[in-house]
Design a protein around this ligand. Structure first.
Ligand SMILES: Cc1cc2nc3c(=O)[nH]c(=O)nc-3n(C[C@H](O)[C@H](O)[C@H](O)COP(=O)(O)OP(=O)(O)OC[C@H]3O[C@@H](n4cnc5c(N)ncnc54)[C@H](O)[C@@H]3O)c2cc1C
Length: 441
């Protein structure tokens, strides 16, 4: 048995590989936090002959802006590439994942979201059309306005179960409502995304502001005041992000904001800025107008992305598989989630909290030494049990991959497992697409 890495430089090479029906894991920029790439050969169980690790990142990138403003792309196009291309044409992306080096085709596979989800909704809702390569290497097209088709007897019940989660960024299982959903959030287990058409927006001028707050561990009243105040303004406020005081330790001294304080950032359309400033930012009871500052767009992105990247790198250096959360809860459970994180902060392991605050979707990260890892995992097991009781979504944007499979099991019942099995049989009869993924186990 051997792991063999293959890099594809053209779609025809990829098609030849698919036609051979070899068991494979296909990857793009390798930024997934749920696939431990530095240990993949030990954590991707396989004992059945050769297994292929297939690099899609070198496929020729192609972008085209249609006259209706939609972006059509294929190959190795990252979020950063697309943003630069669009900005040069007076447009911008509606989705802005913190890790801009990830590929957009992979973002479809992981049903990625990001900061601008607050204003524009999830990426899934912006995909108009896509193409994928099936198990014979045949390219097929799926449209947003076609219903999801499957002969599985589980589909109807599955869709009814999903209904409860329809307002979450991502539910504990993929949507399977429209035909495009076959490729969205299925993590490359049913085919390879080869082309995507997504909606874009006019490149509005935006203002970034940040507010300095007390540490959430001691007092989250001001945070919750902001959370409630921004909800009715999603047409004007595009993103609402948190970095807590502990995150600042991951920044260079001249990049740090505040003095041992938490920071909430807002991205606001300039056309609405004065209105939001006068009617929201100046009206807080718990935050003085002196604690509200403007920040340049590039500094915001640098600081916001710098923290998760540094944590990711530190955990890798320590030889620890990422110990972080990705839970989204309903508005009325948000303080319960914060209270849980307060409890989690008491176990004597370094931590920090950041993320998509306006959507009640935060990443709590431990930075354990190897011998502290188990107690962190035990705490997260308690959290996932709680999130299940709260009917929240345990993995709202980073997906399941390999390292979250253990925790998602509780959320998948007869209808989910039944449909996964039928779809795998129909779309992956030779078990060539990520056979260790959550749809097979
Ligand atoms: C610092 C940091 C910040 C992040 N912030 C965000 C965020 O804000 N929002 C968010 O959603 N995620 C975020 N992520 C997670 C990650 O960037 C996303 O999951 C991203 O979509 C992965 O893209 P990638 O190109 O790196 O894919 P990879 O890691 O290479 O692959 C991810 C998964 O997609 C599958 N896949 C890849 N390409 C294809 C394809 N063409 N067809 C079918 N399947 C495919 C793979 O099999 C794998 O299961 C962050 C990660 C980091 C490290």
């Amino acid at each position: 048995m051997a792991f063999i890495t293959k890099t594809f430089y053209s779609q025809s090479d990829l098609v030849s590989h698919l036609k051979a029906h070899q068991p494979s894991f296909y990857f793009s920029s390798k930024t997934s936090t749920v696939i431990p790439y530095d240990k993949i050969e030990t954590l991707l169980p396989w004992s059945n002959g050769d297994f292929f690790l297939c690099d899609l990142s070198k496929l020729p990138p192609k972008m085209e802006l249609k006259s209706n403003g939609n972006l059509v792309l294929s190959g190795g196009v990252s979020w950063e590439d697309a943003k630069n291309f669009l900005k040069a044409n007076g447009r911008n992306l509606k989705t802005s994942p913190t890790e801009q080096l990830a590929l957009i085709t992979a973002g479809v596979a992981t049903s990625c979201t990001g900061e601008r989800c607050f204003g524009f909704g999830n990426m899934r809702s912006q995909v108009v059309r896509l193409k994928y390569l099936d198990y014979n290497g045949v390219e097929k097209e799926l449209l947003k306005d076609q219903e999801f088709a499957s002969s599985s007897g589980h589909l109807k019940n599955y869709q009814q179960d999903f209904n409860f989660y329809k307002n979450f960024k991502n539910a504990p299982y993929p949507r399977f409502e429209k035909s495009i959903d076959l490729m969205i959030g299925t993590e490359g287990q049913l085919g390879i995304v080869s082309e995507v058409e997504i909606e874009t927006v006019e490149n509005y001028d935006v203002n970034y502001v940040f507010m300095l707050l007390p540490r959430w561990e001691e007092n989250y009243e001001p945070h919750m005041e902001i959370f409630k105040a921004v909800q009715p303004h999603r047409d004007a406020i595009i993103s609402c992000e948190l970095l807590d005081s502990n995150c600042m330790n991951y920044l260079k001294p001249d990049e740090k904001l505040g003095q041992d304080q938490d920071v909430i950032f807002l991205e606001i359309k300039s056309s609405h800025f004065e209105d939001i400033y006068a009617n929201v930012l100046c009206n807080f009871q718990h935050i003085s107008a002196d604690e509200v500052f403007e920040i340049a767009e590039n500094k915001f992105h640098h600081v916001r992305a710098g923290v998760p990247r540094a944590i990711f790198e530190e955990n890798s250096k320590m030889g620890v598989v990422k110990v972080g959360t990705d839970c989204q809860v309903c508005v009325d459970k948000f303080t319960d989630l914060l209270n849980f994180y307060r409890k989690a902060a008491q176990i004597g392991v370094r931590y920090c909290l950041f993320g998509h605050f306006g959507d009640a979707h935060l990443h709590y990260n431990y930075m354990p030494s190897k011998d502290q890892t188990q107690k962190c995992l035990d705490m997260f097991q308690d959290l996932y049990n709680q999130v299940y009781e709260w009917k929240g979504s345990p993995f709202a944007e980073h997906g399941i991959g390999l390292i979250k499979q253990k925790y998602i099991k509780k959320y998948h019942g007869e209808h989910q497992l039944g449909l996964f099995k039928d779809l795998k049989k129909e779309h992956d009869p030779h078990k060539q697409f990520f056979p260790q993924g959550f749809m097979s186990v």
